[in-house]
Design a protein around this ligand. Structure first.
Ligand SMILES: Nc1ncnc2c1ncn2[C@@H]1O[C@H](COP(=O)(O)OP(=O)(O)O)[C@@H](O)[C@H]1O
Ligand SMILES: [Mg+2]
Length: 416
């Protein structure tokens, strides 16, 4: 990691300048004190140049995005770390939150997790402020909330606490102005830790592999979200399903992609992250792909992922409709159920969709309002609509639970 460098050409692109302009700045201008023109630069120099030139993208209140799938090995860590690092090298202020006791995300940005004295555990359990625990990384713009093995007991420690599901949200609320993005890398587990992450985030990004086992993990995840909306009164702004390790030359990958597009049309991203040996090598060496090989397929695909997911949701996109979730869950009662999603439509389902469509949008971060608290349209519905919606949600839940028990058991078994 110490040897990871940006080539000069790359630095010119990242600073959005020209070779000549950079040379002038380095020889006699603002950048002259940093050692002059050279062939390659450490990430720290990129950050110093940015600061000296004051070239940053537009600031916004922290948008929180969680990479989660209850299945292991789908690319949560590889994608979240590359995503966070890429945003930071473009000049956004990013907090990467490692939720996994394995500490892989921490390692990928240069930290031996076991050597970190304070971690996310201290934030969640001991109420240590994020500002005291977050550490700067190779890029000044990228901070890390590390995790290590101590996190494996976090659920037990949280259990007796008041407001135990909202401790992450509270901790991150305190730094909403410090970051443009908070990117969270979740472990593949159920429990209070991931519940905290789900409640704290605005957007969920679900990496899936293009195989049929993925359907089990997705079914379980959507059921959990359905429960979250029902029991905790919490709705995510958006859910993106990102196909990872896609290899178009295999029939299984193409078929699985088609089936995912059919079952989750609301959520599946139009782009994929292709299988890429360089990506695997980069994570093996603990170097973000944009430093390892910025011209690789994976780097190109992460850029496409960011282009689709980083922006504030449009008003019409805000909030995930529980009914859509219920449809998606119901429509995957067998792994390759060929029925179109619309086959689950019912009068109740239509009622929920109509009510949600007419619900006021969540105030968006950076647009004059605040994104804290994730304003819930339910609270602003009149009571009659609220009752209708409650009935509709219950109907959807009943349907979901009666059709998916078997798949959930399978999914639980398939979680690694
Ligand atoms: N697009 C990809 N192409 C090739 N290998 C990948 C790709 N995405 C992830 N991997 C590899 O797959 C393995 C699992 O990825 P990881 O990010 O650790 O998954 P998770 O965090 O979901 O458990 C790692 O060895 C990683 O290098
Ligand atoms: Mg991981």
């Amino acid at each position: 990691m110490e040897n990871a460098k940006y080539l000069r050409k790359r630095l010119v692109e990242l600073l959005d300048t020209t070779e000549e302009a950079l040379r002038d700045l380095e020889t006699s201008g603002l950048l002259a004190p940093f050692g002059g023109p050279r062939d390659s630069y450490s990430p720290a120099v990129l950050s110093s140049y940015r600061r000296a030139l004051n070239v940053y993208p537009k600031r916004q209140l922290a948008r929180r995005q969680l990479f989660l799938n209850f299945k292991g090995g789908t690319g949560k860590t590889s994608l979240s770390v590359s995503y966070a690092h890429r945003l930071a090298e473009l000049g956004h202020r990013v907090l990467l939150v490692d939720l996994d006791s394995q500490g892989h995300a921490s390692k990928c940005v240069g930290f031996e997790a076991e050597e970190c004295e304070v971690t996310l555990f201290d934030v969640l359990v001991k109420s240590r402020p994020v500002r005291e625990v977050a550490v700067p990384t190779i890029l000044d713009e990228l901070h890390l909330l590390p995790s290590n093995l101590r996190m494996s007991t976090v659920d037990l420690s949280l259990m007796p606490m008041t407001n135990r599901e909202r401790r992450m949200q509270r901790a991150l609320d305190a730094v909403v102005e410090d970051y443009d993005f908070v990117i969270m890398d979740a472990p593949p587990s159920f429990g209070l830790l991931n519940l905290n992450a789900l409640i704290a985030c605005h957007d969920l990004i679900v990496p899936v592999l293009p195989d049929f086992l993925s359907f089990h993990g997705l079914k379980l995840l959507f059921e959990t979200l359905d429960d979250l909306a029902e029991d905790m009164d919490h709705r995510l702004d958006r859910i993106f399903i990102a196909i990872n390790q896609y290899n178009p030359t295999t029939t299984i990958a193409r078929t699985a992609r088609g089936a995912l597009e059919q079952h989750y049309p609301e959520h599946i991203l139009p782009m994929v992250i292709r299988q890429c040996t360089k990506f695997a090598q980069a994570s093996g060496e603990g170097v973000p792909i944009f430093l390892f090989d910025p011209s690789s397929k994976a780097a190109e695909d992460i850029d496409a992922l960011i282009a689709h997911t980083r922006l504030e949701p449009k008003v019409s996109e805000a909030h995930v409709d529980t009914n859509t979730v219920a449809q998606a869950v119901g429509s995957t009662q067998s792994t390759v159920d060929p029925r179109p999603t619309g086959a689950m439509d019912t009068p109740e389902a239509g009622a929920t969709a109509a009510m949600t469509a007419s619900s006021p949008p969540c105030p968006a971060a950076g647009t004059g309002g605040t994104n804290l608290g994730h304003a819930n349209p339910h609270t602003e519905l009149d009571s009659a609509s609220g009752q209708d919606e409650a009935r509709t949600d219950q109907a959807a839940r009943n349907r979901t639970h009666s059709t998916s028990q078997e798949a959930v058991s399978t999914a639980k078994e398939s979680i690694s």
